[in-house]
Design a protein around this ligand. Structure first.
Ligand SMILES: [Ca+2]
Ligand SMILES: [Ca+2]
Ligand SMILES: [Ca+2]
Ligand SMILES: [Ca+2]
Length: 328
């Protein structure tokens, strides 16, 4: 074989791989994307840890909207609330506003719920460190005034919680008052992840539950979200195993509300690679079919150079709730 022929062959091989590569990649992606019912860039910048995301119906149209709470580097120099319209696949804002709260990065965690039950969603700002009370505090910002005034300032019976607890809001005892789920991820006596729930009706002064769960210590490996996976009226806890998984994918493990989180309802893997700080996870009923969907918000390293929303729907079975991902 002459050098010329060798070069020509190499050239054709390169040419083939150049044309074949995108076809193979696209086929791979198409298969992987099979069960994602939505994959879409949104008008939120990426590659920043300034945002915290929550899912709730802001305008009462039945579709869950996306709250992007900007905690630092804001134009207003305040913590900002940006709400993206769920009815329009999160393309377009229902609200963009500065709040009464200053920059909150690294100190506050947030939740969304209707504290005073006036029909307007309020913003719960949970102060996890640097508090005057030396305890964790809850400050509730009034949705009715565009988050410009406070409805509550309260210290709660939980020690300083930064990097130890994860907070979510849900009505544990179904009395109409949202309760605070304080998920203790590490430094527990039980060496398990513990579930502490503070009663919304008592302004978060009384515990409704304090219990070790069936989950090991979860700090740095798991993310959390609330939903009612099996639709039995008891709030379940979605423990999303981002990394260190056997399946090498992001996994969903659901703790059963009706056993007070002492057994699992589901173990599944998703077609998402292991995640680190590049994804945030939420749970809500995106397509309004009465079952929970799983949201993966890609905040870093996106092709679009914007934040992207992925929604994974459940696959229905003959009996039992739909499976999110693939059973393991
Ligand atoms: Ca809505
Ligand atoms: Ca309200
Ligand atoms: Ca309650
Ligand atoms: Ca349940």
């Amino acid at each position: 074989m002459t050098m010329d022929k060798t070069h020509r062959m190499l050239f054709y091989m390169l040419l083939c791989s150049f044309f074949l590569y995108p076809i193979v990649c696209m086929a791979g992606n198409a298969e992987a994307a099979g069960s994602w019912q939505l994959q879409i860039p949104i008008a939120v910048e990426s590659d920043t840890d300034a945002f915290e995301f929550h899912s709730a119906d802001f305008n009462g149209d039945g579709c869950s909207d996306l709250f992007a709470i900007k905690k630092k580097d804001t134009g207003t120099k305040r913590t900002e609330v940006h709400v993206l319209d769920g009815k329009n696949r999160f393309q377009g804002f229902l609200l963009q506003t500065g709040t009464v709260l200053g920059p909150s990065d690294g100190v506050f965690s947030f939740a969304v719920g209707d504290y005073n039950r006036d029909g307007a969603l309020d913003l719960y700002a949970i102060k996890m460190k640097d508090t005057d009370s030396n305890r964790t505090e809850i400050h509730v910002l009034d949705g009715k005034t565009g988050f410009r005034t406070f409805l509550l300032h309260a210290a709660v019976p939980i020690e300083l919680s930064y990097d130890i607890f994860h907070f979510e809001l849900g009505d544990y005892n179904a009395d109409g008052y949202p309760d605070l789920f304080a998920i203790k991820m590490r430094k527990t006596d039980s060496n398990r992840t513990e579930i502490h729930i503070l009663d919304g009706k008592s302004n978060f002064q009384k515990f409704l539950l304090q219990m070790p769960s069936c989950l090991e210590n979860s700090y740095g490996i798991f993310s959390f979200a609330l939903g009612d996976y099996d639709r039995d009226g008891k709030i379940d806890i979605y423990a999303i195993k981002r990394n260190h998984t056997d399946s090498k994918s992001t996994e969903i493990h659901i703790l059963n509300g009706s056993s007070n989180y002492r057994n699992f309802l589901l173990h599944s893997r998703t077609n998402l690679e292991e995640a680190h700080d590049n994804f945030a996870f939420l749970v809500n009923d995106y397509n309004l079919d009465g079952t929970d969907d799983f949201y993966a918000i890609k905040i870093r390293g996106t092709a679009s150079h914007r934040t992207e929303v992925y929604v994974l729907g459940g696959v229905r079975r003959k009996s039992g709730p739909p499976v999110l991902g693939t059973l393991i």
